[in-house]
Ligand binder design. Sequence first.
Ligand code: KIV
Length: 265
Amino acid sequence: MKSVTLSTLRELKARGEKFSCLTCYDATFAHVMSQAGIETILIGDSLGMVVQGQSSTLPVSVTDMAYHTAAVARGNPGNAFIIADMPFMSYARIEDALSNAKVLMQAGAHIVKLEGGVWLRDTVVQLARGGIPACVHMGLTPQSVNVFGGYKVQGRGDAADTLLAEAIELDKAGAALFVLECVPAALGKHISESVTAPVIGIGAGPHCDGQVLVMHDMLGLHTGKPARFVKNFLDESDDGIAGAFKAFVSAVKAGSYPAPEHCFE
Ligand code: KIV
């Protein structure tokens, strides 16, 4: 696989070819994922839960994210595109966003991901001016779990129009990528078709340009009840973990994942 860049992802979107993304937190898994053809790797702040044993993503620090980003970047043989999460409150002020994003880019990220909505517009512009592309995570943004009162589907009813309008505004401001989490499949389709930047969905239906899952979830490693959108790909693998990653890539490209039972209305 050639090195995947933002241009690759834009070309895939233009051709209507879906792409895959998995979370990853260390060098070995990064190597196996990129060999399996996973185009984009996310060092998610979900590492707070699946690696550190925290009950949410809130305790994760920039130092934690930089440590795991550097490990993933060392393991990636150079072909997968690396997305690193900006942790809770590390981008609430633009000057913090710039200095913390610099740390993650210097650790090996190709883009940083921030959770929020249109309030991030100036941050997206300033990051791009500094040479840092921004991925905006919208819908269910886990860092705001205390505002939402739980991990709940977003964008239902009137909230759909707001989410769509904010995504369009952020796209115009130069957001290079979106992650859209836990929204009705129809809204996932509408947003993906309305923005120029590629949209990676998680519980956002089959029409997003790419699909992401937390690696532990797709390998069937849960401490609680898995979310509706989770599918265990290790179950159908004939080649262990590498086979599960390849099965995920194939299912995303074929459009067989996510199936209706993984989607919200
Ligand atoms: O932190 C993470 O793993 C994420 C995914 C759920 C998209 O942001």
